[in-house]
Design a protein around this ligand. Sequence first.
Ligand SMILES: [Zn+2]
Length: 116
Amino acid sequence: MISLTLKRPEYPNYQYLCKVCSVHIENVHGAYKHIKEKRHKKNMTEKQEETELRALPAPSAGQLRAVDAAVMEMARQQGISEQDFEERASVVARMEEVIKTHLSGRAPGGDIISWL
Ligand SMILES: [Zn+2]
């Protein structure tokens, strides 16, 4: 990842550029030294991981089925039951009824505090 640079006027004394670290390096000796630095190694590892993640193939049909099965199993274990769902739906229906009863005939923005 270290390449020779064309001499740039802003870096007249630097021959190399580490593209991973965006660091200009003076000479071959400096380049050898740089690739042994912790910071460079860390950046190389991160760059490699990024490259590998981008290169991951799309999931296969089998993998998608496995994810589906895992999600369905989780929903079965953690999700709400039909009975809970119906109870909640009936609470919503009762609430709607209460609200309609108390708000009917009132002008929008009228006195709704009194029934709360
Ligand atoms: Zn570097």
